[in-house]
Each structure stands twice: as structure tokens, then as C-alpha cells.
Design a protein around this ligand. Structure first.
Ligand code: PLP
Length: 256
């Protein structure tokens, strides 16, 4: 993986698969990068899963938060012959994370996962499920007017906040980024040579202590180099402006 935002990174390193590998997990649209996986990449993932008869687990909780007229493709639709588990819920699209409403959809070749399905049935018989009042709103939430669509169009909050954060961050010398297409995250790259950054956790802690702005270091997502961080751009533009001004100020003098 050369760049956590680029297409190369979405290519599966088939070399990592061994006889203990059971499944491939994807998060599409992605947290922390805000990337939307194109069809060709999904097809390549399916191909690898097919060759090795792997289960596909796909977290698609951000599937309604896709901008720029792009379309989200559910990987299960490309792999009817494999066993796929697709996860979603109302936490992001309907902004009710606290209600704990989510679901999983099992599709394709269920014979590949008899034991797994038996385990799921056992858990649901033990009533391990989302809360019942929460479940009763799912149909209305998914069937009615999708207010999220107003947020992701030009003029909408998420769209405009993305435009703002992308520009404000990439205007800071030493910061570059791929413009995210989905969700509400951006995963910029920081020039480690310029700031002599060797420890990304230290960098976010130094910024937090000096400017009271909290980022998540790339290492928090298992990214091995100390050269990325994640920003959640959900706050309003005035708040994002204050935070990015503080970051610019901090990076004017920061040297690790
Ligand atoms: C990839 C991904 N899946 C699922 C969730 C769902 O979270 P919750 O437990 O609030 O439904 C999140 C929230 O951050 C997420 O980033």
C-alpha cells in the first residue's frame, strides 16, 4: 500500500492470504479516508475472494453519504456466488447514533458459512439485537424523505464543510490531501521531513496541548508511517475555520 487514499491501496495484496484466511473486510465508503471504492476495485476484491473462497464482510454504513453525483455500489451485488455480510444502520445517514439501530444482511452462498449463521441464530435467540423501539423506526426512516440528500448537495452542510476543510487544510504548507468523495472524513498527509515528525501520536498530542484541537493520528487506524491524520469535518464551518487557523498557526513553528 503506497497511499492510503489512492486506488493502489484498495488493491488487495493477495500475498497476504494464507490457509488460515477466512474473510475479507472492507469499509466502503471508507472511514478514515472518505474514499468511495470504484466498481473495478470492488470487482478485483470479489475476484480474490472467489479464488480463495473467502467470505466478504462489507461495512456500508456511509452508503447514503456520497457526493459529486457518484454512486455507491454494494459489493454483495457483484458477488452473488460468494457469502457476503453487509452491515449498515441509521447512525450516519439519519444521524441517530445514540439510538443503536443497525443491521446485517446475509447474501449469496450461505453453505459457505453454516457455522457462522448458526452462531448468529444462537445470539439472536438470546435477544442480542438492536432495541425494539429503535427497530420500529427503520421502515419509516428508510422509506420516507431522505433528508441526508440535502446535506450532500452543493449548499448542503456536509458538502460545503468538505469543500471548506479540503481547501483550508491543503492551503497549509506541508499538508496535502485527496479530496474525499463520501462520509465525513478527510485523511490528509503531512510532510514528515518538513516538521521532523517521527511519532504521529506525539504530533496530535502536541497540537491538542497547544491549540486544543483534536485529530486522530494515522497510527490509530493501523497506518504504519507517521504521515497521516484524520479529521472529522462534521462541525460547522465557523468551528472548522477556527480549528484550521489554529493548525496553520501551530505548523508555522512546529518541529518535532
Ligand atoms: C465504518 C463504521 N461502521 C459503523 C459505524 C457505526 O457506528 P454505530 O455503532 O454508532 O452505529 C461507524 C461509526 O463511526 C463507522 O465509522
Amino acid at each position: 500500500m503506497k497511499n492510503p487514499n489512492g486506488i493502489q491501496t484498495l488493491m488487495i495484496s493477495a500475498k497476504k492470504i494464507n490457509d488460515r484466511t477466512k474473510a475479507i473486510v472492507i469499509i466502503n465508503p471508507n472511514n478514515p479516508t472518505g474514499a468511495l471504492y470504484p466498481k473495478e476495485v470492488l470487482e478485483q476484491i470479489v475476484q480474490v475472494a472467489r479464488e480463495h473462497q473467502l467470505i466478504i464482510f462489507s461495512d456500508e454504513i456511509y452508503d447514503r453519504l456520497v457526493m459529486d453525483g457518484e454512486k455507491h455500489i454494494s459489493i454483495a451485488s457483484l458477488a452473488p456466488d460468494l457469502f457476503c455480510v453487509t452491515f449498515s444502520g441509521l447512525s450516519k445517514s439519519h444521524m441517530i447514533a445514540g439510538f443503536r439501530v443497525g443491521w446485517m444482511i446475509l447474501s449469496g452462498n450461505k453453505a459457505m458459512a453454516k457455522d457462522y449463521i448458526e452462531g448468529l441464530n444462537m445470539l439472536s435467540n438470546m435477544r442480542l439485537c438492536s432495541n425494539v423501539p429503535g427497530q420500529s423506526i427503520v421502515q419509516t426512516a428508510l422509506g420516507g424523505h431522505q433528508s441526508v440528500e440535502d446535506y450532500i448537495m452543493p449548499g448542503g452542510r456536509i458538502y460545503e464543510q468538505r469543500e471548506f476543510i479540503y481547501k483550508a487544510l491543503t492551503d497549509i504548507p506541508g499538508i496535502s490531501a485527496v479530496k474525499p468523495k463520501a462520509a465525513f472524513y478527510i485523511f490528509p498527509k503531512i510532510d514528515t521531513k518538513k516538521f521532523n515528525i517521527v511519532n504521529d501520536e506525539q504530533f496530535v498530542l502536541d497540537l491538542l496541548r497547544e491549540k486544543k484541537v483534536l485529530l486522530i493520528h494515522g497510527g490509530g487506524f493501523n497506518w504504519q508511517q507517521p504521515d497521516h491524520f484524520r479529521v472529522v469535518y462534521l462541525p460547522r464551518i465557523e468551528v472548522l475555520k477556527k480549528a484550521t487557523d489554529s493548525m496553520a498557526d501551530f505548523l508555522n513553528h512546529y518541529h518535532q
